[in-house]
Design a protein around this ligand. Structure first.
Ligand SMILES: Nc1ncnc2c1ncn2[C@@H]1O[C@H](COP(=O)(O)OP(=O)(O)O)[C@@H](O)[C@H]1O
Ligand SMILES: Cc1ncc(COP(=O)(O)OP(=O)(O)O)c(N)n1
Length: 274
């Protein structure tokens, strides 16, 4: 079984962060592991509080995984402050894992900040160079590239600027754009386009976490970068299409729809499989 590690924040409401990552890993048939960087008291409507784990404890969790287990891919999510980034970067430098997918999480869907805005330079200088793939959404791509993004050409320009900062591939996600959900991958040589119809739902809590974890799973399974993104795009689109009306705000996506749709796992009532 391939083994994939998430280094990210904990979302107690289960739709984003480490919880979304582990569900996504399981849905892909890979063995999921987690290093918790921050504990976030949040739900589908708001972020109540953030408690960072100490850098020393972040490092020790990473050591515990790498000294024992061969890691086939790493997904990195919320890193709220520069000390957290430095702790993670130190260990990436030490263990040099393959297939590192970094989602530069800055805000939750409800607009609450998840990263200290003064840490953008640290994100660029300390963390970004370790990315085999960086997956900013449009507001994150704007912050990192320092340009305004209003159309597809701007997405491509931002991808190029971010690539030049030192990551190996950049995927600018179009979940925040108007029109169809178009994501653009830049490999340094070519652009690849991944498009789906925009699904009319407010239940998109954790889409970025889920998407980046699906890509990391696919890379661990041996896919090329464009194939990994293509398969993950299909997965996230299905997960959004069948997203769940849980909570009062932006509900979560359905991580296991493909596994459940044939009625193999959902038990509606005693003796009755749907
Ligand atoms: N309403 C939607 N319909 C279809 N795809 C969507 C929708 N919202 C987001 N996506 C897709 O979900 C993935 C995650 O993107 P995005 O929501 O922009 O990330 P983030 O959660 O980091 O803001 C991308 O593939 C994006 O195109
Ligand atoms: C703990 C934690 N990590 C990341 C996020 C943001 O998740 P993302 O999928 O980028 O977007 P939304 O969940 O805000 O739609 C989070 N909320 N919590």
């Amino acid at each position: 079984m391939k083994k994939v590690l998430s280094i990210a924040g904990s979302d107690c409401s289960g739709g984003a962060g480490i919880q979304a990552d582990l569900k996504t890993f399981s849905a892909h048939g890979v063995f999921g592991m987690s290093v918790i960087v921050s504990v976030v008291a949040e739900n589908t409507s708001r972020v109540i509080a953030i408690q960072d784990i100490t850098p020393d404890m972040i490092e020790k969790q990473i050591d515990a995984v790498f000294e024992d287990i061969e890691v086939d891919a790493v997904k990195i999510g919320m890193l709220s402050t520069e000390p957290c980034m430095k702790a993670v970067a130190k260990k990436l430098e030490q263990y040099k894992p393959n297939n590192v997918v970094i989602d530069p999480v800055m805000y939750a869907k409800n607009g609450c900040p998840l990263m200290d805005p003064n840490s953008i330079d640290a994100l660029i200088q300390v963390i970004l160079p370790y990315a085999d793939l960086l997956t900013p959404n449009i507001p994150e791509a704007e912050k990192i590239s320092n340009i305004e993004i209003i159309n597809t050409e701007d997405m491509k320009t931002a991808a190029k600027l971010i690539y030049d900062m030192g990551c190996k591939n950049v995927l600018v996600k179009g979940g925040h754009a108007i029109g169809d959900a178009l994501d653009i991958l830049y490999s340094g040589k070519e652009f690849y386009y991944f498009e789906s119809q925009r699904i009319d739902t407010q239940n998109t809590h954790g889409t970025g976490c889920t998407f980046s974890s699906a890509i990391a799973s696919n890379l661990a399974l041996g896919m090329t970068m464009p194939a990994a993104v293509d398969q993950a795009k299909e997965y996230i689109t299905t997960a959004i299409k069948h997203s769940l009306n849980i909570g009062k705000g932006n509900g979560p996506t359905h991580h296991f729809y493909d596994l459940y749709k044939n009625g193999l796992h959902i038990k509606k009532s005693e003796g009755d499989l749907c």
